[in-house]
Write a protein that binds this ligand. Sequence first.
Ligand SMILES: Cc1cc2nc3c(=O)[nH]c(=O)nc-3n(C[C@H](O)[C@H](O)[C@H](O)COP(=O)(O)O)c2cc1C
Length: 362
Amino acid sequence: MWEGAYRLTRGGLFRLDAEQAHHLTLAGLCWAERAGWLRSPAWSGGEVTVMGLRFPNRLGLAAGMDKTGEAVDGFGALGFGHIEVGTVTPRPQPGNPAPRLFRLIRREAIINRMGFNNPGLEAVVRNLQRRRSFRGILGVNLGKNFDTPNEVAVRDYLTGLRAVYSVADYVAINLSSPNTKGLRELQGVDAFVALFEPLLEERESLRREHGVYRPLAVKVAPDLTMEQTGALAEAVNRLQLDAVIATNTTIDRAAVAGEALAGEEGGLSGKPLAPRALECLRIWHGLLGRGIPLIGVGGIMSGAEARERLAAGAALVQIYTGLVYRGPGLVREILRATRDLSPERDGPSVEGPPLPGSSGRM
Ligand SMILES: Cc1cc2nc3c(=O)[nH]c(=O)nc-3n(C[C@H](O)[C@H](O)[C@H](O)COP(=O)(O)O)c2cc1C
């Protein structure tokens, strides 16, 4: 039903300002879920253990779609097995001035320079505590406030980790948004290690305090050089992070050269990002092997592309822009395309050869 409704409303939504359309869609989704129009799915097949967590299927909602944690039940009812809420910063912040969200419709792409607009940790945690029906895996994606200097950025991430530890199943550390000045410099290997060492220490004391282990993932940019990626992968291996999410949006515009909006500052997502995101995933898989799982994201617009990412080494996939252009039908298509990948092929807890890149570490 939702596919049909989306086909009918997409034309109208695309005539609205992109940000208005986003808020309207989320409000509609929440309303429909609360009214009981959407039923939480009976997940059928496709379960997989990744990062020691049991995911009901391999598809997740990428960060940025639900920055406040208010729409988790609605998105869960569409069939997502995991939802990554955020990016959340310690203090609320308005983000960059509008306009800051642009559709390149012909190319099925988006350029955004939102700049981590979000209501802050306190409000997001409160929203997440109120969720009622979502039974999948909840990730929270953490960032730093725009006015926190990189030298003390670790404080923001530590504050975030402590605040969300009791509500999140896993925590993603976002160092790759192009819209917070200097953020991506934290992917430099020295800054990266200086950030993660205290975070891992803090996670250890939170694990003891709460009696539960929360996996820590890092979300990376598609614009790193081979050398930077190699150094980072070595650090990820050494620190034994729980997962790498590849990738965020790109600042490269080669794939949309000539488009009227190509000159807008920000991160490019959607179809034109797919070849680069896939290449990055392959590179990361080559560098990390099976030890550390990968979450593939960037330009996935079909079930076949989701399968391609899994074959290239991803244990899970996420979508954002595909959902905007294809609607909830894409969720169904990806679930159908990936559910026959049996759990027996994943994780050390079961026998049989694992899928490339999947690990299910505890
Ligand atoms: C409007 C918009 C806002 C986003 N906000 C965030 C964010 O807050 N944090 C984050 O880690 N990624 C954010 N992303 C990136 C997505 O999570 C994803 O990595 C990227 O868009 C590539 O996937 P896609 O091509 O399926 O959209 C955002 C993307 C878009 C289009």
